[in-house]
Design a protein around this ligand. Sequence first.
Ligand code: ATP
Ligand code: NCN
Length: 217
Amino acid sequence: MRIGLYGGSFDPVHLGHLIAAQSVYEHCGLERVIFIPAAQAPLKSGAVQASGEDRLAMLTAAIEGDPRFEVSDIELRRGGLSYTKDTVDALRGRYPGDALFWIIGADQLAQLPRWHEIEALAAQVEFIAVGRPGGSGAHEPRSAHASERPAAPAPTAPPFTPTPIPGLRVQRHSGPLIDISSTQLRERARRGLPLDYLIPHKALVYLQAHCLYRDAS
Ligand SMILES: Nc1ncnc2c1ncn2[C@@H]1O[C@H](COP(=O)(O)OP(=O)(O)OP(=O)(O)O)[C@@H](O)[C@H]1O
Ligand SMILES: O=C(O)c1ccc[n+]([C@@H]2O[C@H](COP(=O)([O-])O)[C@@H](O)[C@H]2O)c1
């Protein structure tokens, strides 16, 4: 089986995540996508706003009834920094003969050299890099893959030099994407703006019932 593993803070999950997951599922020939909320993503500045329990509940509500998708609490149960290598090691035991793919936003590619035990991880999973729309600095697609050319740097930015990672396999995917981020949604919630049509309805019902992100930024 070809299994996609989709890690993130999901604070909260939004339609951008689900559209990306569906598109990757179809175009990369996956047979399942497992969403894995992180206890704490290692390179993310700032702590998550909602509890692990709430983020897990919103994800579970978001994909309820969809046989293509499931949610794993493996990183929440482990706690601490959610190193992908540890997660993949554990899941490899559960899926010994299956092909594992780690789905990331293309903006994350440049960070891969900083990931924990990245060479060992690269031997175990193929990465699927989903191009993110928007073009703001944080979401600009960049590459850590030796064979890919980085985007031309802005005039004031230092030149970007990709660090080669031995054995790294990356499939790029640029299907239909939508420019939504959890940061935008937390800000909208804080300002009391509607989140309809941005968050899957059942997840939104949970978010509202639990008054999440009212005081968060
Ligand atoms: N709109 C989107 N389209 C495609 N991929 C996305 C989108 N939003 C997030 N991702 C990717 O999904 C993964 C999990 O993202 P995460 O949970 O951190 O959401 P986020 O919206 O980027 O959050 P934040 O705004 O808090 O940084 C990351 O690899 C990220 O690059
Ligand atoms: O293992 C690492 O060192 C590592 C470093 C950065 C990010 N990750 C994982 O990548 C996923 C997306 O992270 P982020 O920062 O975009 O939310 C999430 O599952 C993180 O745990 C993992």
